[in-house]
Design a protein around this ligand. Sequence first.
Ligand code: BDR
Ligand code: CA
Length: 312
Amino acid sequence: RIPLVIDTDPGIDDALAVLLALASPEVDLRLVTTVHGNVGLEQVTENALRVLHLAGRSDVPVAVGARASLIHPQPERAGHVHGAAGLGGVELPPSPTAVDPRPAVVALAELLMSSPTPVTVAAIGPLTNVALLLAVFPEAAARIGRLVVMGGSAGCGGNVTAAAEFNIWSDPEAAQAVFGADLPTVMVGLDVTLPTVLTEEGIARFAAAGPVGRTAAAILQQYVDHAKDVYGTPGVVVHDALALTEAIVPGTLGTVRRDVVVDTTLGAGRGADAGRPPVGLLLGDRGGGGRDGGPGDGGGVPGAAAVPAGPP
Ligand code: BDR
Ligand code: CA
């Protein structure tokens, strides 16, 4: 089983992502680290503890991460999307477990340094914690087996501004540090998540699956209502859970190899990401990671960006 860390800001789709990981025999969720994002740090941390408790897995440690972005304060949170407390208005029972006493980057570094097998890190919130890990414990960051990031949109526009996706926009400087680092990163952006809709029938199947599924369906209802109000569409996009499918089973999503650059200016494009072919690809060397449309192509290679399977 692949050791897994989820760095998260629960968040409706974050909660679903954690539940998905816990239900997947391919991975062993060893640590949850929390980061400012959808709602404030105290609330996302409380939510992470409660989601684990809901699944009967309060044994998984939760370590508290960054309260704010690296340089510029995050301009806005996403309570209007996730509900003021982050879990779609659902009040989960409190966990009997306290948070891990170690700061998130310390807990993460210790796990990376002590694990006999490579650890996958799924980063499904702003990238502040991962950037701090790179800055403070580069030798630990170098041991990350795979980094699966939900964020960005590969230049296809944003969901918080016209240009930027929420996680990258929340801390563009951190995102640039992460995408600019030599890590085996797979980026799962809006270009992949938006076409992948969880239908209301799918949510009803959760509801029929048992008490945890019923609670997951209740949490998702806020997303359903928001999508209907704002986009007039049925069903929901569970960005973070889709990213987790790639973390759990590498190659679930097709990938292309790209260098990702983030707009860190303070203008209208702030937080936008763009992918450009690595120099080797421009020169005609596909380097084994070029697009061939097949699931798994480039999975796990540095700088791979997931693409929707099949024709655009
Ligand atoms: C991302 O933003 C957050 O609101 C979601 O949890 C997800 O991580 C999607 O843009
Ligand atoms: Ca998230």
